[in-house]
Design a protein. Sequence first.
Lengths: 465, 417
Amino acid sequence: MIFRRYGMFTGGIELPDEKRPTIDRAIEVATRPQRLLVPLAPCGGAPATPTVATGDTVSPGQRIAIAKDQTGVDVFAPLAGQVAGIVTVTVPEWGGFVESPAIEFTDLSAPTDLAPSRGEDGGLPERGFNWKDASEDSLLARLAEGQLATHRVRPQPLMTWLSRARDQKCRWSIVNVMDQEPLVSSDHRLLSEFGPEIMEGLAIIARLVGSPNKIVAADHRRTSYYEACGAPAERFGVTQIALPHKYPIGADTILTKVITRRETPPGETPFAVGAAVLDAATCLAVYQWVVHRRHLLARVVTVAGPHTARPGNFWTPFGTPCADLAALTAGPGSGSAAGEPTLIHGGPMAGTVCDARAVVTPATNAVLSLEAARTPLPGPCLRCGWCTDHCPARLNVAALNDAFELSLVDRARLGGALACVECGVCSYICPARLPLTQRVKQLKRRIVALRRASEAPPAIGSDKP
Amino acid sequence: MTSDATSSSQDRTHTGATVAHVHDSPFIRAPEGARTVFLTTVLAVCGPLLGGIVMFGWRASMTAALAIASCVITERLYYRVTRIPALLGRSHSVLTGVLLALTLPAFVPWFVPVVAGAFAIIVGKAVFGGVGHFVWQPALVGRLAVAVLFPALLTVADARFEGRQPVLAQNRLLVGDVREAAYGNDTAPWRGRAAPNRKDAVLLTPPTRILRGLTDRKSPAYSALVQRPADQPDAKPAGLLQMPPMENLFYGARPGGLGETCILLLIVACLYLAYRDYLKWELPLSMFLAAWITVAVAPIYLAGPNDTVRTVWLPILSQEGLAAALTYVNYQTVSGGLALAITLVSVEMTSRPVTAGGQVLLGVGCGVLAMLLQLYTTIPIPCLMAVLAMNTLTPTIDRLWRPRVFGTKYFAFLRGK
């Protein structure tokens, strides 16, 4: 991988890496789960309508629910098993969890067939579909039939994502494999084991988006893992870029800025500057469906943390309860006098405390059991300015903290609070231990709510003209 | 999550109650906390303090100890009364005490540091709500209070030689008593100076007082910088010839506050703080440059023949050559309290702006004001007062100077979008 010098961003910070326990271990297939609670609204939005009834037996990949509208996707059974009923679980949303109905399965088969098919080397299923020669409409139709979802922090139906990317005429398709959070290595393992497949998936997406620039961005310290990507990248015209590891260069807007030198306006996504940012798992799922007509029914989840006896990356079927997943690899040290370890959904910088009913969805890249460290008591702001110095969005976080304490939402808006990328650097660095990231997130939420309230048309029958 | 009974002691508030904790991302934190910041800063400022103790003897350590103890005890007592949480913890009061000690001369009576410490904590810090909330640097508030309350005690060491203050002789360093002082020669080098007739210290004129003769418009004391004009038979002497050697000022062998004098140690402390990321280089540099340029531009007054006064604007371009002009400007910048104000006082976290641009604004204001006060007024601590005055503007600068936010145009906040 060629290390080309790219632009940089101001701010940021060096984080401890702590990936050593998992970075070299091949992705394993998780042991047979006791039960699966497959959420019907993995992307939020309206839950899908189940097509199976209690007591039915399903086979892997069988369609078990049909989406109501464009905001949801069809749901497929990850493993063979028996429907036990409808329950309520929680799925991750921005900074929290929302409830979603789910189909409970018991009597499950062993998850041996979860790992995706290899390209030419594995050779098991025939290459059924030649996407290069197919027309764009037939390719789109095939992708729409797949009912895929993006595997981002906030999943959305792939077709919704794709239509936005096509509307914006994105010139860059970027796969973000920076994998910057400490302890987490799921994207890194995916790229190092399924590199050629991910390159092909990116090429498919870039063709549909219509973007001439296909880019894979990875950490410059780990390029030696990705040597298998070289030939396919050349074949599909993918540019491989190794970037420095200053956190949070892996945030979408920052990555877009570094690669394209275009800054995303506050409150917008990189679509606004013509960049479509994806991740490795989505590319793999697209490759699986388009080429082999198989659904990717599992997500690579990093299970790690000081209390984990067997840290690693696991193919985990959607719907596995996070608590069960952590229990699979829990070590003898957990649950000791040191206190129950805290279960984290996502990485330690931007993740959330795992809800008790949370399940694995496309958004789950890691389930970490960390020390049950309590959030320290915040002190008064010293005005040291470290948050402002290290903010990748160049926000004056100290001023935003003042605005939060005084409830001055409009001042926060003028201060550019919407540009926050929620990376967590300000909270990490704050010597007064103020929850700055949470406060800026709350300000963002209130700014957006106020904007919606001012823009909303008056309700029918109201007194306003 | 909610509170539970097994919380460790650090989870208890000052009233002893456990509080509910919300687990928030990020779940890892940088190791440096507020207490570490303060204690590391104390470590840095202890260097100049030790330099002062060496240069001014055991009375300096007494003054410093009284200032620190006064700050710590006052803060404890005030906290016992008001229970303001931001006053909990002693690290910041120690820092305030050390900074205060740096500004006080060694020969003051015992009650001066005590009163200064009490003022610093109560007026400078506690009434604003404690750490992180004050507007004016507390140590400067304490210093200003005693400068107003006891003006004579802080400037006059010996009533017979008013205007002169003591410095230990080289053979009496650290153990000598600065109050046992005798008249000394201002222009003599510090190295090799022995104590006169069984005294410990020599009384020297503060160098700013010597330079004052160049900027006093009503009665200029000198006719030139270095070269006495030959064509004037009644010409007054050249100003810079009355100054001590420049190296005296760098070692710190001159009268002044405990930590004010030794510029070498001040620079080392400042560099250490910059290395620890506790200060940005922009503020000290802009303040120094602003002060230097102000001195280079601001007029000096020279005595001409027949009691006339010659006004020389831009002394850096004076007729006596660049070497003399540079010497003059450098003497002005190193002889007062400017070094302490630049390196340790103006960069104090709470009372300076947050952004680098705002710090440049503050630094320029501080530098210009400090030099104007030192050149043309007789207030006792011009550089520290300049910093104190500019601290008032810090909240305004913080609101006015906004860096460009990611993804917006320059000065977007002015356009209201």
